[in-house]
Write a protein that binds this ligand. Structure first.
Ligand code: F6P
Length: 527
């Protein structure tokens, strides 16, 4: 019997309940690895049990962590929370059914046909992943997304929607309700509806924390509906709350199956037998591959077009969770695991060259879906289908990498449907939690995102000062250095210059630029 086949069987985690296999035999850990890690893994199980029972697992924000309750409300530490979750799921279903039936319809139309989701980070990545993985020609409402504050990006989406704007339901999603990019998207959408003579409130729905800025706007505006988000659900683990369930249900996706798939996986990942717990296996393989310090990148390679956005979703779930400067003791650790990848076999024709021959600073996670398509496949050559090629390329790439000592693990699911998407989401949510416990960090806050936002606010404040200065002296030219000095911020000359370049690049901002001998000495004035 070949050593590979023996090792494959020895370490295979078979989860028939979820139609899933986890194969870690392609990772070169030695046989005492599991025994060595077992005490730490049992500690991680204890921490997870405490988390699920309502412990403050997010100490930095003094919050519980409740995303597992979303698909099993009975687990919630109090009946009030359980009731809120059940109410939210019921409300999502009733609202979506009323939309699909045309009971709630846009003025003058028989029903909504499009869905514009406005959100960013966890308020977009999960919904986008689910929409792309499970959507298609049978969508009840065709989904579109504003997931940034890029004017051209929003114009492109609005142009794709076109006159169907009058049949477009807008779902604005923001846990905090104050995220600027999302607010900007909402304002841009409102302007588009106004320009089309459509009363925005009759098309708008909010998903946000109670009493947030967005919540207040929805109440004041008399929007169609509001759905809750709670502080004990992290943005990046919110896809099984109304954040993900509402857009999915409106699109026509079976959210019961998605929740069930997640719930079944949650059961599997509560097992304390490490080798039969798929999430424990993943977390341990990440720890082994990266020496618990992120020394290797995680390449996510699903051989399925519908899983293209999975790595993007995982980038936030894993990197925003694990990428922490301090551990729970306050020690500087600069943790993290870098995640990238798109899909196979396509990526083979992009960067697999480096994976096979270049720097060995990664491990690959192959994701295999056994069912190629719901229907019959034609033969592209005698006895061979395109799906056979896809499966062959996965195995071939796995072998080719192993041939050069490059490590990989493989997640196999029987088919791609709402249940298996729920399972994949729950698998990684749990694996992240276990890994965080193994390396002793808080996976549930994201302090590092604030600095950039604060700095952006300062840049916009500086812009307001220099705009005021320019318009107070129409026709007077300034270099960036002069203008920075004029507003008492010479130390920010570079920032002033960049602001001026951007303003001058947009004629409607009425800032004119005259190139100097070097671009840095260009002169700017208000038009
Ligand atoms: O849902 P919100 O509050 O708009 O936040 C969006 C995203 O921004 C972040 O806070 C990062 O800036 C993410 O954690 C979150 O998912």
């Amino acid at each position: 019997m070949s050593a590979n086949w023996e090792r494959y069987q020895k370490y295979l985690c078979d989860c028939p309940e979820a139609g899933m296999l986890i194969d870690v035999s392609g990772m070169a850990f030695n046989d005492d690895f599991f025994a060595t890690m077992e005490p730490a893994m049992q500690e991680a199980f204890n921490a997870m049990t405490a988390l699920e029972s309502g412990a403050i697992a997010n100490p930095d924000e003094n919050r519980m962590v409740g995303h597992y309750w979303l698909r099993n409300p009975g687990l919630a530490p109090d009946s009030g929370i359980a009731a809120e979750i059940e109410f939210s799921v019921r409300a999502v279903k009733e609202f979506s059914a009323a939309i699909h039936a045309g009971e709630i319809a846009p003025p003058g139309r028989s029903g909504f046909t499009r869905l514009l989701v406005i959100g960013i980070g966890g308020s977009a990545l999960g919904p986008q992943f689910v929409a792309d993985a499970l959507g298609g020609a049978s969508d009840r409402l065709k989904p579109y997304f504003f997931d940034n504050t890029d004017p051209d990006g929003m114009d492109k989406v609005l142009a794709e929607i076109g006159p169907a704007l009058a049949e477009t339901l807008v779902v604005v999603i923001s846990k905090s309700g104050g995220t600027k990019e999302t607010r900007n998207g909402m304002v841009e959408a409102q302007a588009a509806f106004d320009a089309a003579g459509l009363e925005f409130a009759k098309y708008a729905v909010a998903v946000t924390g109670a009493g947030s800025e967005l919540d207040k706007a929805a109440v004041a505006g008399g929007w169609l509906a509001r759905f809750p988000m709670w502080d004990w659900v992290g943005g990046r683990t919110s896809v099984t709350s109304a954040v993900g369930l509402l857009p999915a249900a409106l699109q026509g996706i079976d959210i019961d199956a998605l929740l069930k798939g997640a719930q079944v996986c949650d059961e599997l990942t509560r097992r304390r037998e490490t080798r039969s717990n798929p999430a424990a296996l993943l977390a341990l393989m990440w720890h082994y591959a990266t020496n618990g310090r992120g020394e290797k990148d995680m390449v996510v390679l699903p051989y399925k077009d519908r899983l293209l956005l999975f790595s993007r979703y995982l980038q936030q779930l894993i990197m925003e969770s694990i990428g922490k400067e301090l551990d729970l003791t306050g020690t500087v650790v600069n943790q993290g695991i870098s995640v990238y990848g798109n899909k196979g076999a396509t990526d083979q024709h992009a960067y697999v060259q480096q994976l096979r021959e270049g720097i060995n600073n990664f491990f690959v996670t192959f994701i295999e879906v056994l069912q190629d398509r719901p229907g019959k496949s034609l033969e592209v050559e005698p006895g061979v289908t395109s799906g056979d090629y896809l499966a062959g390329f996965l195995q071939g790439t796995r072998k080719a990498l192993a041939g050069k000592g490059r490590e990989s693990l493989t997640i196999t699911i029987e088919r791609l449907d709402a249940a298996s998407i729920g399972t994949l989401i729950a698998l990684y949510e749990r694996a992240v939690g276990f890994y965080a416990a193994l390396v002793g960090i808080n996976a549930y806050h994201q302090p590092g995102v604030e600095a950039g936002k604060k700095a952006a606010t300062a840049v916009l404040a500086l812009q307001a000062k220099i705009m005021a200065r320019l318009s107070s002296q129409p026709g007077v030219e300034f270099t960036a250095l002069e203008l920075a000095g004029a507003v008492g911020d010479e130390g920010e000359t570079e920032t002033v210059f960049r602001i001026l370049l951007h303003l001058a690049g947009n004629p409607d901002r009425r800032v004119l630029m005259a190139r100097g001998a070097t671009i840095a000495t260009s002169r700017f004035k208000s038009a």
